[in-house]
Design a protein around this ligand. Sequence first.
Ligand code: EPZ
Length: 420
Amino acid sequence: MDEIVIDGGGKLQGRVKISGAKNSALPILAATLLTEETSVIENVPHLRDVHTMVKILRSLGVKVRMATDRIEVSPGKFNKCVAPYKLVSTMRASICVLGPLLAHLGRAQISLPGGCVIGPRPIDLHIKGIEALGADVKIEHGYIVARSKQLVGSDIYLGGHFGPSVLATATTMMAATLAKGKTVIESCACEPELIDLAEFLRKMGARIKGVGSPRVEVDGVERLKGAHHTITPDRIEAGTYMVAAAITRGDVEVEGCRFDHLTAVIDRLQQAGVKITKCANGLRVRAPGKLRPVDVTTLSYPGFPTDMQAQMMMLMSVTEGISVITEKVFPDRFLHVSELNRMGSHIFLEGSSAIVHGVKRLSGAPVMASDLRASAALILAGLVAEGRTDVSRVYHLDRGYERIEDKLRALGAKIKRVKK
Ligand code: EPZ
């Protein structure tokens, strides 16, 4: 199992190119199942989760050709509808195939995703969405078994206890594209990845309005065709490098990211004293002066993203003063706290808030990654800690960051991957 070893210290300098968005690529690859025709997806990041989605497509009998950052998917007359536990248990986003399989084949059998370290991840809203379109849904032997001769458009309220759901919005929207008649979905998530998915669906011939707002309208069509699409840049990867620049007091150009997708992150960083300016093809991030503690509350988009919570906490843990980080989307998403405290942070949990007492310095230590974004925070900690940090279980990191050690080394970090 690989580990990443970092010798802390040193300012990050230079340019880093942002990859395509993982959370866009996964639902878009699943959406290719809505047609028999071939689709071509460009700017696809090389990530473990993308490989898992490709394995699921191939296990359904779909032909998939991968080349650098381009994937060609040719469903043809595939007729398998089972997404097996073996694959789904490694990646919750496998549920993205539920809507397309049901809409295209009239049946879908998806393993229930099972537990997740960032907290309870129910799928009731996904089921609510497809049941409202007339699907018959049962949970049998650990699988969601959904059937429908013909989905029918309907008015659906998709609001959840913790706000809107990104992938439940995707599931319902994708299923509605081939339903008879009009579907109106209220309380949708508004994430940029859903706008990217809808753009792809429209290229396939879907009739969708309002994505990016809480109310989405879909007029069902008979069939969809193959399409060509380029994935939007990964705003969470971009946010992570922005924090890396700030935490090392560096000067980094984050190339290819979208300013408009990062407004909440930019707002918090600027409040903390980080200098962020637009440049030709992205953002320039510098932190010459002393930073200030800021409070952060995670919310659904356009609020502060939960996927940036751990990284922002890391920055606040080495910023003198007290800041409060409140997690409103996944209230238990704090597995990074104990590992950061092992490196000398002073972070205390109070319900779904973390009280962060900024410290002057961290010391390097062996630490263990628990989930994707927690592992990113540990890498950031290693960049500023005194001495050596060994981050184990980096397979979590590889799920969502393409060649992170190469990109950081190119910015001047003393970082390498070692095989254990
Ligand atoms: C997406 O997950 C992202 N994953 C997550 O990113 C991200 O953290 C999350 O959205 C929130 O932004 C992908 O896009 C592949 P949700 P998703 O449904 O759609 C509750 C990363 O690090 N809920 O929007 O699964 C849920 O428990 C990953 O890249 C229900 O109650 O998240 C949570 O509290 C981690 N019932 C809230 O809604 C449901 O049926 C929002 O979750 C579904 C969700």
